[in-house]
Design a protein around this ligand. Structure first.
Ligand code: GDP
Length: 530
């Protein structure tokens, strides 16, 4: 194996998905601790003060103490080089959250054991499922009162439509949390002392499941339950099939407690065992082999104006083959031009240091003089292929946006189209209408604030924002349908996007059902591939 293929085969690039507060930050922090990337717990966590260092490019971020953009963390563990892609949550949930998933090879899904499957997890899961990437589940907060583990698995299977395979099994929960049973090794990792605070690791004792001392250690009742559970799991549970894991059909599940650092390292090790190195990516010339030495990458995120004095942008790329070296010459397929890749930053959250080399599977951020669009491909080889595009995801919040000062129409149109081109917002207009009536759709409401802020600061334009009651948008897949002839509920609106696609706006799911039930053959999509 060459040094290059060795490096690629040891790479693991995954996104962490969860609903806010499930413990994503805490789990990430523990991963980094194991990798030695940070020295003490709390470094990732201190959201308020950390944000200044992480990204001070936008006032909104500073004011709110949140990050508007997602970041990537890289660390080494057990001979692997691991890239964690953070998916922004809370109010900063945006289309970037979804796009980040396009750059990952697998996903880690963190679930709060007392809450089960929550709204944001459901949304992010849908995108992972669309890509058929492996999904590894960590059921967190077992040191708190939790739902019954069978119920939790049932919920995941029912709500998300994925089979589950428990790698370990919890014994009790909350104050009575005794630890987990590792099924393959047939041993119990006992949770001895729930330590307070993030810095400490819970004490663990490992005991074989048939060790006579176990009964005394965990108590008769828990011991009896464990025996039943072991029998049940061995007898009735799903078979572990690694191929199905890789197809995203079967999710390995671990139980633990990120805060007390219990079960995190075993989870990481299981993850490394079962996850794949970078996989081939589809292009218009067929799949591109990550082990190919010719460099190729695609843009999955564009971030504007990190320095407010310059209109510069960063384009974030996922490397799909070959090696990136600083200042290299590449060919930008969509722009049909040779360019030099400059100022590539590694995305370690607290330091945007310039990187010298990166490989298939890694993420780099490069200086963008305004030439890239989301989904663009760059290559160094002779073949100028283009990777499959990144879908446009359905926005969930809509507003009518008007320019306050009609004299500034030019700046307004320029600003709003540029911001839309970066993928921060989506613009819709009346069918055949121009920019007189603009409806803006966003995935997360914060994007409206970002839009207003940026139009004012970068284009000197003030806008009036009138929220609209729509909640759902669907692309009309049928190209041959005249939407004006459709039978729609009275509150359904039809619009078009900048690419001329026709879409329907609905205030509720009832309206969607109306449309599909009364217009046979009408096909509606939640994603747009072009
Ligand atoms: P995120 O929003 O998903 O990033 O969640 P955080 O990692 O910020 O965690 C949310 C809250 O849950 C914080 O107060 C954490 O300290 C707490 N938390 C995280 N993991 C655990 C856990 O395993 N047990 C308990 N009891 N609390 C946890």
């Amino acid at each position: 194996m060459s040094a290059f293929t060795d490096k690629v085969s040891k790479r693991r690039t995954f996104a962490i998905i969860s609903h806010p507060d499930a413990g994503k930050t805490t789990l990430t922090e523990k991963f980094l601790l194991y990798g030695g990337a940070i020295q003490e717990a709390g470094m990732v966590k201190g959201k308020q003060h950390m944000r200044h260092a992480v990204s001070d490019w936008m006032e909104i971020e500073k004011q709110r103490g949140i990050s508007v953009t997602s970041s990537v963390l890289q660390f080494n563990y057990g001979g692997y080089c691991i890239n964690i892609l953070d998916t922004p949550g809370h109010q900063d949930f945006s289309e970037d959250t979804y796009r980040t998933l396009m750059a990952a090879d697998s996903a880690v899904m963190v679930i709060d054991a007392s809450k089960g499957v929550e709204d944001q997890t459901r949304k992010l899961f849908k995108v992972c499922a669309m890509r058929h990437i492996p999904i590894f589940t960590f059921i967190n907060k077992m040191d708190r009162e939790a739902k019954d583990p069978y119920e939790l698995l049932e919920e995941i299977e029912q709500e998300l439509g994925v089979e589950t395979y428990p790698i370990n099994w919890p014994i009790g929960c909350g104050k009575e949390f005794k630890g987990v049973y590792e099924r393959e090794k047939r041993e119990v990792i006992r949770f001895v002392a729930a330590s307070k605070g993030a810095r400490n690791k819970a004490e663990e004792i490992i005991t074989a499941v048939d060790d006579p001392s176990l009964k005394e250690a965990i108590g008769d009742d828990y011991y009896a339950t464990l025996q039943d559970d072991v029998e049940l799991l061995d007898g009735a549970g799903a078979v572990f099939d690694l191929d199905r894991v890789h197809e995203g059909k079967l999710s390995p599940v671990c139980f633990g407690s990120a805060l007390t650092n219990f079960g995190v390292e075993p989870f990481l090790e299981h993850f490394l065992d079962f996850s794949t190195p970078p996989m081939p990516r589809m292009s218009d010339e067929g799949p591109i082999d990550p082990m190919s030495e010719d460099f190729s990458a695609f843009v999955f995120k564009i971030q504007a104006n990190m320095n407010s004095r310059h209109r510069d942008r960063m384009a974030f790329m996922r490397i799909c083959s070959g090696t990136f070296t600083k200042g290299m010459d590449v060919y930008h397929v969509q722009g049909k031009k040779k360019i030099k890749l400059n100022q590539s930053k590694s995305l370690m959250a607290d330091e945007r240091e310039e990187i010298q080399e990166a490989y298939s599977g890694d993420i780099i951020g490069v200086f963008d003089p305004g030439i890239f669009s989301i989904g663009d491909t760059i290559v160094t080889g002779k073949k100028h292929f283009a990777f499959e595009g990144i879908p446009t995801f359905a926005p969930e919040h809509f507003a009518r946006i008007r320019n306050r000062d009609t004299m500034k129409r030019k700046q307004f149109v320029k600003g709003i189209t540029q911001i839309a081109q970066e993928g921060a917002i989506q613009i819709f207009t009346e069918l055949g209408g121009g920019f007189e009536e603009i409806i803006v759709g966003v995935v997360g409401v914060l994007q409206f604030e970002v839009l207003a802020y940026r139009l004012k600061n970068e284009y000197n334009v003030e806008i009036v924002n009138t929220p609209l009651p729509y909640q759902f948008i669907r692309w009309v897949v049928n190209k041959d349908i005249d939407v004006k002839t459709l039978n729609l509920s009275s509150d359904t609106k039809y619009v078009e996007d900048l690419k001329g696609n026709t879409l329907l706006l609905f205030s509720n799911t009832w309206g969607i059902n109306w449309a599909t039930e009364r217009n046979s053959g009408l096909e509606l999509a939640e994603f747009s591939k072009n």
